[in-house]
Design a protein around this ligand. Structure first.
Ligand SMILES: [Zn+2]
Ligand SMILES: [Zn+2]
Length: 259
């Protein structure tokens, strides 16, 4: 078993065969997927998928890449989506100073707005952070008490990892752990067993041996196996653990449906 805690199943990369892709995930033993959204419109599409399948949940939020072009009232749209029981987290949101697709000030403002939404609706945050370690550390250290979250597709430095762990957050690893030049093994070992998650971030970042091709939720099993290997844990036990962790983080009932 396994659980894909972060994938973009609404992506047009899956327009031709979305249901087939999900079927392959279930056959591979994936117990559930969280369809992460990047805009309110994307969240509505993700919610449609979640309503159609008890093994799919979704998020609502605004990706930092979209922060510069957010339409007026986007936060009200997100807030309304967050009241739906199949919408289990705010995001993905965060800071991306690598691509800088949106002005940094807008990224920060849009992130702060989503921290407030997470507090108001008592939902966890799915955080994207790229080349923005020190700014994200400040955000983490200044959080209102009780804000839960995950650092998704973690590729940051030790300071960010520490800030996340000190905040009591989860840390999620993607297919990057299977790449030959992956250098974060110590970080993979340092995350406590009850706070680690795995994800595909599909259609991006396919793990080896699919690297360079479209990623899909079934491949989360490869990432899970590699993380278990790095940590020196039994792969079967580890995959049960990350499945439990994903359910605990997102507040999901084992049989489907949000808690
Ligand atoms: Zn991301
Ligand atoms: Zn993502």
């Amino acid at each position: 078993m396994s659980f894909d805690s972060h994938c973009h199943i609404t992506s047009d990369a899956f327009d031709e065969d979305r249901q087939e892709v999900l079927r392959r995930a279930w056959s591979a033993g994936v117990q559930g997927v969280v369809a992460i959204s990047s805009t309110p419109d994307d969240a509505r599409n993700a919610l449609r998928l979640a309503e159609a399948d008890p093994r799919v949940w979704c998020t609502a939020g605004l990706h930092p890449h979209e922060a510069g072009e957010a339409r007026k009232g986007w936060d009200l749209e997100v807030g309304e989506l967050l009241t739906h029981p199949r919408v289990v987290a705010v995001g993905e949101c965060g800071l991306d100073f690598h691509y800088d697709f949106a002005p940094r000030a807008s990224q920060v403002e849009v992130l702060e707005r989503q921290v407030a939404l997470a507090e108001r609706y008592d939902l966890p945050l799915v955080i994207h952070s790229r080349s923005a370690d020190s700014e994200m550390c400040s955000v983490l250290r200044g959080l209102p008490p009780g804000i839960r979250g995950v650092l998704h597709c973690f590729t940051g430095g030790d300071e960010l990892l520490d800030a996340g762990l000190e905040a009591g957050w989860y840390v999620s690893f993607s297919g990057i752990v299977t790449f030959s030049r992956f250098d974060g093994m110590d970080q993979v070992r340092r995350v406590p067993e009850e706070r680690i998650l795995v994800e595909t971030d599909a259609p991006y970042l396919a793990p080896v041996p699919h690297r360079g091709h479209r990623n899909e939720p079934a491949f989360v099993t490869l990432t899970s196996r590699r993380v278990a290997e790095i940590r020196g844990e039994d792969p079967g036990e580890f995959s049960r653990r990350v499945t439990e962790n994903a359910r605990a983080f997102y507040g999901l009932e084992p049989t489907g449906g949000a808690a």
